[in-house]
Ligand binder design. Structure first.
Ligand code: FES
Length: 645
């Protein structure tokens, strides 16, 4: 008669408990996953549940009312500090079972809940951050039972949280006595990987954050994430200051070769930028720097080396040996001079090969082709293209030297994607007249009001996606041949075709300040870049033994802005159902975030990376053959049935 049957949803676990048992305690006994930092003291608010059915009581009430009508003192106190509990939600630690009950544990209260890995897909991961917080109350010291403060802290952690065999960072010892006394013998500790005490704060503190960083050669992007919810609380990016040592990777490596300790200068400059980014993120999200307890990094092999203080000269020339293809694990933030909690740990995803970095590992983790049967092609286009092809059976990777043409560099009117850059182009096949759209503008160039709208910043150049479109449109309108030759004969028909030395160019835009024309050399640069990309892809397909892929994911800024139809028209990517060619966003950065939030994902990518078959484009004779055939538009002989569909 004095027992209550309780059922927890969605797990379906059930059991009988004496009347008066706190709901949280019943859940623990049944192995139901309910989060808690404060150990049931009503401080953290992580243990919220929905009481669906049944009779409950509150703490401190000796005669049980029929149903829980009023909130407990603990709940009222919590609401006073943190705002009202959501409708129907109660703190399971301060709600007692009074009769049979059905209780729902919402996802936000589960420790190991699933978080969606990719917005558009069903793949997801279980939230399992490597750093967790625990609040404990520690016995006061007693002359008659001599035991050190650390000993009594560990006893409390073992008793209350079943954490045993913990190692300790010296900085925790340095802070422990003061924290215990200031916190009135209650402290919050941070535990890394269930086995190492890395931080201690007086009293209760519920903030644990992590930093996920993608260090690109041009830009650094960083996210600040709440470790218990997975939520991104702030994101930012900035130019990589190493640009002053060289625009591209190879010029930075040559700087190091020519300047003793040039690598250290570059490591310092990237770390300084990381600290500025971190302060910016913490300020924006109103998070103290010492609540940032973990950081993860991805980058290409040279960037990743420099972040971790590894001299990258070996990566500057053949045979391109990596210092390590293992994950960088367990480095202290202080060792990297990072302005986060000094005992925070830093994790770098593993690099794959001399040209295929941790950013590619991040992309693989985020897109997870290794989980399915579907044959997936992942492409990240920067100065090099990183290409991954495979499924759960095999995974192949290579890097292809596309050069920076797709980013608008080495193109006469090219510029970075920024306000004023032409990004969309259409050419009338009859009149050869173009219409275009400019970044930051709403209107097409032939719409009324376009000139007035452009008056403020002007039309300054053409960006990567604009170049792809204009060259593809020139091909579709017959302005260039399959071999990429600008048809000088058309000059008689259109003023847009003009002589340019011994070749011809297509004038896309002309105003008082500048002429933006697509020259024969520009077309060549695009052909070389796209042939390198396609040849790399084809080489992997050949190694895999396939002539078609099921899905193509384009990562990075390039993938986000490019119109996939035009990419296929030019033959950048192989034929594929266009509905299956999509942008993957900043997949490398997403990979860093996943590694931040899931220990299992780290082990997963470390294992997957070891299985990746590396294909070296520089030494493969077939690469040259593929390259030559891919110079034609879209290709010398490969068919593109989707284009005629
Ligand atoms: Fe912390 Fe309930 S467990 S408030």
């Amino acid at each position: 008669a004095h027992e209550a049957l309780v059922v927890f949803t969605p797990s379906g676990r059930r059991g009988r408990f004496p009347v008066g048992t706190p709901v949280l305690e019943a859940a623990r006994a049944l192995g139901v996953d309910i989060d808690s930092v404060c150990g049931g003291r009503g401080l953290c608010g992580r243990c919220q549940v929905d009481l669906c059915e049944g009779r409950f009581a509150k703490h401190g009430v000796s005669s049980w009312p029929d149903h829980l009508s009023a909130k407990s003192d603990t709940e009222q106190a919590w609401e006073k500090r943190r705002g009202p509990l959501r409708d129907g939600r109660r703190l399971s630690c301060s709600t007692l079972l009074l009769g049979d009950a059905v209780i729902d544990v919402p996802p936000a209260s589960q420790v190991h809940r699933q978080i969606v890995r990719k917005r558009a897909e069903v793949l997801d991961i279980a939230l399992d951050p490597i750093v967790r917080l625990y609040y404990v109350e520690v016995q006061e010291p007693d002359m008659h039972v001599p035991a050190s403060d650390m000993r009594r802290l560990k006893e409390a952690l073992a008793h209350e949280w079943r954490l045993t065999g913990l190692e300790t960072d010296i900085r925790v010892v340095q802070q422990l006595q003061q924290a215990l006394r200031r916190g009135g013998w209650g402290v919050t500790v941070a535990v890394h990987d269930d086995r190492r005490l890395i931080a201690v704060w007086p009293g209760f503190q519920a903030q644990a954050y992590g930093l996920a960083v993608d260090v690109g050669s041009t830009t650094i992007a960083a996210h600040l994430c709440h470790l218990q919810t997975g939520e991104v609380v702030a994101s930012t990016g900035r130019m990589n200051p190493q640009i002053r040592y060289g625009e591209d990777l190879m010029s930075r490596v040559s700087y190091i070769m020519m300047h003793p300790s040039g690598d250290q200068a570059m490591t310092r400059s990237v770390r300084d930028a990381l600290n500025e980014l971190t302060v910016e993120l913490a300020t924006e999200a109103d998070v103290p720097l010492d609540a940032i307890l973990e950081a993860t990094f991805v980058g290409n092999p040279i960037m990743q080396s420099l972040v971790f203080g590894i001299n990258p000269v070996e990566l500057g020339g053949a045979p391109f040996a990596l210092a390590t293809d293992e994950a960088i694990d367990g480095l202290w933030a202080t060792e990297m001079d990072l302005a986060i909690h000094p005992n925070a740990r830093v994790y770098g995803l593993p690099c794959i090969a001399g040209h295929v970095g941790a950013d590619t590992a991040g992309m693989i983790l985020s897109e997870s082709p290794y989980l399915g049967e579907e044959l997936m092609l992942l492409v990240d286009v920067g100065t090099n293209a990183e290409i991954v092809l495979g499924n759960r059976h095999r995974l192949l990777a290579c890097s292809s030297p596309t050069g920076p043409a797709f980013e608008g560099a080495q193109i006469s009117g090219g510029q970075r994607a920024a306000a004023g850059a032409i990004e969309r182009v259409r050419i009338d096949p009859l009149t050869l007249e173009p219409r275009f759209k400019v970044i930051g503008g709403e209107l097409w160039s032939d719409e009324p009001g376009f000139d007035a709208a452009m008056a403020s910043h002007g039309i300054t150049g053409i960006c990567g996606s604009g170049i792809i479109e204009v060259v593809a449109e020139m091909y579709l309108a017959g302005v260039i041949t399959r071999d990429g030759i600008v048809q000088g004969g058309l000059a008689a028909r259109s003023e847009r075709i003009v002589a340019d030395g011994r070749t011809f160019a297509y004038v896309l835009h002309r105003d008082a300040t500048r002429t933006i024309a697509i020259t024969q050399a520009d077309i060549r640069a695009i052909q070389l870049a796209k042939a390198a990309l396609y040849a790399g892809i084809r080489l992997l397909m050949e190694h895999f033994g396939t002539d078609r892929v099921d899905r193509i994911r384009l990562a990075g800024a390039f993938g986000a802005h490019i119109d996939v139809k035009y990419a296929m028209t030019l033959g950048l990517i192989p034929d594929c159902d266009l509905a299956h060619v999509t942008s993957a966003g900043n997949a490398a950065g997403t990979g860093a975030r996943i590694a931040l939030l899931s220990r299992k994902a780290r082990r997963e990518i470390e294992e997957v990376v070891r299985r990746v078959e590396k294909v070296e484009t520089a030494t493969e004779p077939r690469f040259q053959e593929h390259f030559v055939a891919a110079m034609a538009i879209p290709h010398r002989h490969d068919p593109f049935p989707q284009l005629s569909a």
